[in-house]
Ligand binder design. Structure first.
Ligand code: URP
Ligand code: ZN
Ligand code: ZN
Ligand code: ZN
Length: 479
């Protein structure tokens, strides 16, 4: 047998197995996994290396037009599909799922067409989109959404906060009803909008506007209440639900309770909640804005709760929530060098650092094994979001592969990263393990620190039905 490419001598890890074998690739797919494969047009020596499925980052924001009324209004996203996908690839990720946002009064179909245009010709790796529904009008619920879901846009996000995006409970139920009928998977941003508004107004009246007050305006109960309400709405509608960016133990407990009642609730966290705390919001000269995301980073106890959730299986997926606002006047400080927290764009970058941080803290740190690492960062996202040929190393799968040096130690520095953001919230953090050679559908896209993939080679992926719908209600076997 001949191959376009053979990866020799590495240790392969999937969500279920770890073992030494060679990988044979032809026409973009994995066609053979066996010992001592020969006959590759190209052979990569992976001795001493880990051969992992490329990561799937199923929560990132790229080139997202901002609605008026958001804290981020006017702050442009520094990464589009080109720099965002390049940065992702350098960090070992081979599929991204950013968000296509519908603004109020706008057609969802028009938003999707616009977002396809933004992606076209840009990405170096494959991508799908989640649809953010901010205006569930009769036309959207009755025609546009069902048509889009049938066309492979099979995941939606709804918001319980942010002035221009949040839906009422009744509107959320309307969206859930369509999602259930069409078998789309819904993600929800769970924070209580009214409490945040009340607290923020009070803080502002007291002159408390520094970045650290962002955390004071969205304490953990704000997230716990909304998570409880979100899963309650999902129970009423009998629809599976993904709770994104969980920041601490209380909302995680709500997930556990809902599961104990028999409902399918999927839990996501992000590296920032494992590594940052509210103290990072309290740095001088507005530097705290570099850690400002929603929900905000919490404390050491929250971090410990999240790690427990990762270890005991409560947390299913770890994504970046990459939101590429620069720190300078084009981004976070758009409202001035002393901008009050309410005028600072929420969100932080992390596409390129997600996998190295979780690998270093999780696998090297002895908290999770390699299989669990692959499940959390690739395989579970593939199943949950209907990315059928992604997230594993198996015959027939797309040859989306990251070859890692598990021994490589380095310090995260923004100058090493490939995004267009002018900072990383993880500056100075030491990690062990880094992805070196990245393949997307069998093509080398990153090698020896250099970009090899051509922008535009990345393809749009039509999603199939989420595995959350393929099982009996209540079973955790969607994974
Ligand atoms: O602060 C955040 N997380 N910004 C990005 C948008 C979102 O809510 O996911
Ligand atoms: Zn489309
Ligand atoms: Zn969110
Ligand atoms: Zn997000």
């Amino acid at each position: 047998m001949t191959y376009d490419l053979v990866i020799r001598g590495g240790t392969i890890a999937t969500a279920s197995d770890v073992g030494k074998a060679d990988v044979g690739i032809r026409d973009g797919r994995i066609v053979s996994i066996a010992d001592r494969l020969t006959g590759g047009d190209v052979t990569l020596d992976a001795t001493g290396r880990l051969v992992l499925p490329g990561g799937i980052d199923a929560h990132c924001h790229l080139d997202q037009p901002q609605a008026p009324g958001l804290a981020s209004a006017g702050a442009v996203m520094a990464d589009g599909f080109r720099s965002g996908s390049i940065s992702a690839a350098f960090g070992g990720t081979t599929t991204i799922v950013p968000f296509c946002v519908q603004h109020r009064g706008e057609s969802l179909l028009a938003a999707v067409e616009d977002y396809h245009r933004r992606a076209r010709g840009e990405a170096v790796i494959d991508y799908a989109f989640h649809l953010i529904v901010s205006d569930p009008s009769p036309a959207v619920l009755g025609q546009e959404l069902p048509a889009l879901i049938r066309r492979g846009h099979a995941s939606l996000k709804v918001y319980m906060t942010y002035e221009a995006l949040h839906l009422s409970d009744r509107q959320i139920l309307d969206v859930f009803e369509v999602a259930k009928r069409e078998k789309a998977i819904v993600l929800i941003h769970a924070e209580n909008h009214e409490i945040i508004g009340w607290l923020a107004t009070r803080l502002e009246a007291e002159g408390r506007t520094a970045p650290r007050e962002h955390a004071a305006s969205r304490p953990l109960p704000v997230e716990r209440e909304a998570t409880h309400r979100a899963v309650t709405l999902a129970e009423i509608a009998e629809v599976p639900l993904v709770i994104v960016h969980i920041s601490g133990g209380d909302p995680l407990e709500e997930v556990r309770r809902a599961r104990a009642r028999g409902f399918t609730v999927i839990a996501e966290t992000c590296p920032q909640y494992l590594r940052l705390t509210a103290e990072d919001l309290d740095l001088p000269d507005m530097a705290g804005a570099k850690a400002m995301c929603s929900p905000p980073p919490r404390d050491a106890a929250a971090q410990a709760s999240l790690w427990r959730g990762i270890e005991d299986g409560t947390i299913d997926i770890v994504n970046s929530d990459h939101a590429p606002y620069r720190f300078d006047a084009a981004g976070k400080l758009r409202a001035g060098p002393r901008a009050p927290f309410r005028k600072v764009a929420n969100g932080i970058p992390g596409l390129e650092t997600r996998l190295p941080i979780l690998f270093s803290e999780g696998v090297v740190g002895g908290r999770i094994d390699l299989q669990r690492f692959v499940a959390l960062t690739a395989r579970n996202n593939a199943r949950l979001y209907g990315l059928s040929r992604k997230g594993t190393i198996a015959v027939g799968a797309d040859a989306d592969i990251a070859i890692w040096d598990p021994e490589r130690r380095l310090t995260i520095r923004n100058e090493r990263l490939h995004h267009n953001v002018d900072y990383t919230p993880f500056e100075g953090m030491a990690v062990q393990g880094w992805p070196e050679t990245i393949l997307s559908r069998g093509e080398i896209v990153v090698e020896a620190g250099a970009l090899k993939g051509v922008p535009g080679r990345g393809r749009f992926l039509e999603q199939t039905t989420s595995s959350a719908y393929r099982r009996e209600r209540g079973e955790r076997s969607w994974i």
